[in-house]
Design a binder for this molecule. Structure first.
Ligand code: GTP
Length: 597
């Protein structure tokens, strides 16, 4: 146990976490250079392409320091806020953390929010200034930022380049010398913290854990304390480049377990594993059931593919327990599913995986958050509204509450005014303002989560020319004045276009939705009236005039190949269109409300 070190890397997106991890694996000869070539830890195709670590993994290295061999477990954590619960569990399995900061970019919002998580768990922090090889690096200024932030000494900060290899051996030395060995009682009943799990189609669910007390033995009967289910530990082992089965995983060490579990939802990150024979009296504290934050309808473009879509979502759920879905129907779109996601990025990933891995073409409706409504006849009882079509009759409603967040934004002093204006427009209230240096400011806002779902992040990036980073945490529900804005095409309401909007913005947004739809819906053989309404009251109207010419008309009879090409092009364009009444609506139109500015 004295020779074990468990650490994670915390960093803002793109500050070099994955590249640095690869260098550490090479340096300890856990992998060869060739094997490390393609960011080893990011083994999903999608992760590689997007350059982000979607799921955290762990890997073990051996390192020799002053003649003794150390077992070092690196627990990789995702950087994006949608996955912050996984970050917090991974952090709970460690005794130390490398705080990696890009020497050109400086400290960003996720650097800080992940650092706070690490400090909450009393981790030893090793600050690393990465990318010092870059000509645009500004090591002295960024060092000052780090010193201000964590109160360390100048010489505690390791100068590194994951690209050229500078500082890599210093980092490993610091991991061994500065991070404490795990504590725990080897003789106590087993308590192992699950910090991640993955789905393997051949072997079922593999759960990754850290043994906090006692030890886990291969073949023993184990119990998951929060779910209450029992399994046999068919195989346990440590994670090297490949999984290496072991007879026993001792106190303080990190490993995997395979026990015939078929579905991701049976294994909950944060749960505690103990033995059936000699169970621990309580689980490790801090377990949380992760709840979806954002909901949207997903519909097959081809209505015949409903069952196929269900099968695909079921398969996706096997390896992503945070995805939820239930069947719903829409007058406009037919049969589909209301899906719950951790956030917008999670939603995009699911949509992309449906298309790539399952070859489904789907239409996604406007995402919304989950509202709590309370009716006059029973004002104590909370009715959850995950879909605008479930919005209760306002005359019968006592009140409605919406989820709020604490938003943290770090930006340059020059952009403070613009960021404040944006946050206020999004119903935010400034709660704190801290100058990290004379140039950089951290702003905190109380804000409705729903405003983040709508174009907030894109706008923040554009008004700050990319010099703003953003992170948020849910803070609970508050009463709010929400209305349902409906959209009608030629007088027919299109339920899939309805959105729940704060009353103060409803007129403005209703008008913009109509304008945007006019832009997005292709002109057709007849005129189309586009209207927005609250209840029976029309609040905005646009008119899309009829198509005048047949597009093929100018390719007079002769040029058949050109005509065919044109028709094919039209057909391809139709792929993602939906006929509603007699109007054809393209996919982008269903998300129009997200792209109003
Ligand atoms: P996420 O997984 O999205 O959180 O990103 P990350 O923090 O893992 O960053 P990643 O390792 O993918 O690096 C981001 C980019 O920075 C890549 O293009 C790397 O090649 C580059 N990079 C990483 N470290 C260095 C470095 O020390 N110097 C230079 N010049 N570039 C680096």
């Amino acid at each position: 146990m004295n020779n074990i070190r468990n650490f994670c890397i915390i960093a803002h997106i793109d500050h070099g976490k994955s590249t640095l991890a690869d260098r550490l694996l090479e340096h300890t000869q856990t992998v060869t250079e060739r094997e490390a070539k393609n960011q080893l830890l990011d083994d999903m195709d999608l992760e590689r392409e997007r350059g982000i670590t979607i799921k955290s993994h762990a890997i073990q290295m051996n390192y020799i320091h002053e003649g003794s061999t150390y077992t070092i477990n690196l627990i990789d954590t995702p950087g994006h806020v949608d996955f912050s619960y996984e970050v917090s569990r991974a952090i709970a399995a460690c005794e130390g953390a490398l705080l990696v900061v890009d020497a050109a970019q400086g400290i960003q919002a996720q650097t800080i929010s992940n650092l706070y998580l690490a400090l909450e768990h009393d981790l030893e922090i090793i600050p690393v200034l990465n990318k010092v090889d870059l000509p645009s690096a500004n090591p002295e200024e960024v060092k000052d930022q780090i010193i201000d932030l964590i109160g360390c000494e100048d010489e505690d900060i390791i100068m590194a380049s994951a690209k050229t290899g500078i500082g890599i051996s210093d980092i490993l030395e610091a991991v061994v010398k500065r991070i404490p060995a795990p504590e725990g009682d080897p003789d106590a009943p087993l308590q192992a913290l699950i910090f991640d799990s993955v789905f393997n189609p051949y072997r079922g669910i593999e759960a990754f854990f850290k043994v906090v007390n006692g030890s886990m033995k291969s073949g023993s009967a184990v119990k998951f304390m929060n779910t209450g289910s029992k399994y046999d530990a068919d195989e346990i082992g440590v994670l090297r480049l490949r999984q290496e089965p072991q007879k026993e995983i001792g106190t303080g060490n990190v490993g995997y377990i395979i026990s015939g579990i078929k579905e991701a939802k049976e294994v909950k990150v944060g749960d505690t594993i103990t033995t059936v024979e000699r169970p621990a009296d309580k689980p490790i504290a801090g377990f949380e059931n992760v709840k979806p934050m954002v909901f949207a309808g997903i519909y097959p473009v081809d209505t015949d593919e409903f069952e196929e879509l269900r099968a695909s979502l079921e398969k996706l759920q096997l390896n992503d327990a945070s995805l939820t879905f239930e069947p719903e129907s829409s007058a406009a779109l037919g049969f589909g599913f209301r899906c719950g996601f951790l956030g917008m990025l999670h939603m995009e990933i699911i949509q992309e995986r449906l298309e790539r891995e399952f070859n489904m073409t789907v239409i996604t409706t406007v995402p919304n958050v989950s509202y709590h409504s309370f009716m006059k006849k029973d004002p104590e009882r909370c009715v959850i509204v995950n879909n605008p079509t479930e919005f209760p009759d306002p005359t019968k409603m006592d009140h409605i509450e919406e989820p709020y967040i604490k938003a943290q934004i770090i930006t340059k002093a020059d952009y403070v005014g613009a960021v404040m204006n944006l946050a206020i427009e999004k119903r935010g209230i400034l709660t704190n303002q801290v100058y990290l240096t004379s140039e950089r400011v951290e702003l905190s806002f109380d804000m409705p989560l729903a405003e983040i779902v709508f174009d907030f992040y894109d706008r923040l990036k554009s008004i700050s020319r990319g010099y703003a980073s953003f992170d948020y945490h849910p803070t609970g529900y508050r009463e709010s004045d929400m209305v349902k804005v409906d959209v009608m095409l030629n007088g027919e309401p299109v339920d899939a276009l309805s959105a729940l909007i704060h009353r103060s913005n409803a007129f403005d947004i209703g008008k913009k939705i109509c304008e945007k739809l006019k832009e997005l819906i292709p002109r057709q053989q007849f005129m189309i009236a586009i209207q927005a309404a609250i209840g029976a009251k029309i609040i905005a109207r646009e008119t899309l005039s009829a198509l005048r010419k047949d597009v093929t008309a100018k390719c007079y009879g002769g040029d058949i190949s050109r005509k065919r090409k044109l028709l094919e092009k039209q057909k391809a364009g139709k792929k993602r269109m939906r006929q509603v009444g007699n109007v054809e609506i393209p996919q982008q139109a269903f998300l129009a409300v997200l792209k109003l500015n």
